[in-house]
Design a protein around this ligand. Structure first.
Ligand SMILES: Cc1cc2nc3c(=O)[nH]c(=O)nc-3n(C[C@H](O)[C@H](O)[C@H](O)COP(=O)(O)OP(=O)(O)OC[C@H]3O[C@@H](n4cnc5c(N)ncnc54)[C@H](O)[C@@H]3O)c2cc1C
Length: 338
């Protein structure tokens, strides 16, 4: 088991957790961010990276991918430690004389993180991609569940499986750079947004409906797939270097339910106006929280996590001020006129 110690541990690297990492840095707190996904960005990266978001303050429109990239860039100067691909599982407490307890979180990879406080920004819980059983042998060797960046798809024969927004968005995104792009969907009708489906139909993406992947073949890397189209007697073989299974996700609060935090509807964590849970040293922000009047939006989560981290800073050091100061402080004044 590997172990690290930080001032603050953030559970969840969605947009709210990333902004929390920035605020931890502003407060001079060392910070680690754990996420069960292999990439940062939570729901935004997993479900709608190519969509424009219109309700982020100060950005009339910004793509999901750009928002997450900006948030990571904003936190980067404070060097957060990202522990990706691991789920935060157990929470233990270490009492100290005359000081607040330390919290120890153990992850699914055997990592132990000791922190002065924990902020849970776990959204709708741990996401698990719905698997594509016929492709599991090539996971990481051609089969993927996300398209974090498009560069690896240049000049490749790409097949995307699914009928939702992610499948359609990724097909549209990769088509201009891939050697070929095929979208396979097991039904006739798409769940994706109507306008995106129309764009897809007008694009060079080859669409095969009422079809399922039955087999994947290759050597070290994926080379081809076999598909069964309903009503056809023989299976088709397609050249395929990259197979993207965009079949959706299941989400589960999972181990966080065992941390002793008061739950609402068995899915959300009850917080007070300082974003404290009932467990001392454990705060929460973003989609995972519940209080009267809660609105689940990124804009709301950003405010909540600023509150959570600043209150966590005071929990860690009771002599610290709650108010962090203004980000504009300590700058040379700009000239009034040019
Ligand atoms: C299709 C779609 C469109 C949307 N459009 C908008 C929009 O236009 N505007 C808007 O404001 N909102 C929109 N939303 C909602 C928005 O995405 C969420 O409000 C936002 O993602 C919440 O951010 P978060 O950081 O709280 O949680 P999430 O984005 O859910 O991130 C939580 C992260 O925590 C991780 N996690 C959970 N439990 C654990 C654990 N035990 N260990 C490790 N990691 C864990 C998860 O893997 C996940 O990565 C949309 C949502 C969807 C699905």
């Amino acid at each position: 088991m590997t172990a690290i110690q930080v001032d603050l541990l953030i559970v969840g690297a969605g947009p709210v957790g990333l902004f929390g990492a920035y605020y931890a840095g502003v407060r001079g707190l060392s910070v680690a961010v754990v996420d069960s996904l292999s990439q940062v960005g939570g729901q935004v990266s997993a479900m709608y990276p190519e969509k424009q978001i219109f309700d982020i303050a100060g950005f009339p429109a910004i793509s999901g991918r750009q928002l997450i990239s900006n948030l990571a860039e904003q936190a980067a100067p404070y060097e957060p430690v990202y522990l990706l691909g691991q789920e935060a599982r157990q929470l233990e407490r270490v009492a100290r004389d005359g000081q607040p307890d330390l919290l120890v979180v153990k992850t699914s990879s055997g990592q132990e993180v000791t922190a002065g406080a924990v902020v849970i920004t776990g959204g709708i819980g741990t996401f698990t991609p719905r698997p594509l059983p016929a492709g599991e042998d090539f996971l990481g060797k051609g089969l993927e569940y996300f398209v974090p960046s498009s560069s690896e798809y240049t000049g490749k024969d790409v097949v995307i499986v699914g009928g939702g927004d992610s499948a359609v968005d990724w097909a549209l995104m990769l088509q201009p750079i891939a050697a070929s792009t095929t979208l396979i969907h097991r039904r006739d009708a798409f769940r994706a947004h109507h306008a995106s489906v129309e764009q897809l139909k007008a694009s060079p993406v080859k669409i095969i409906t009422n079809a399922q992947v039955t087999q994947t073949t290759g050597d070290a890397q994926l080379e081809a797939i076999e598909i069964k189209v309903t009503g056809e007697s023989t299976n088709q073989t397609l050249k395929c270097h990259k197979l993207v299974a965009a079949l959706g996700f299941t989400a589960n609060l999972g181990p966080l339910r065992e941390w002793g935090v008061e739950l609402h509807d068995n899915r959300h964590l009850v917080v007070d106006s300082a974003m404290r849970t009932n467990v001392s040293g454990v705060f929460a922000a973003g989609d995972i929280t519940h209080y009267d009047g809660k609105v689940r939006l990124i804009a709301v989560g950003f405010g909540e996590v600023a509150t959570a981290v600043n209150n966590a800073a005071v929990h860690i050091n009771p002599d610290a001020q709650l108010f962090p100061g203004h980000s504009t402080d300590n700058q040379a004044p700009l000239p009034l006129s040019v």
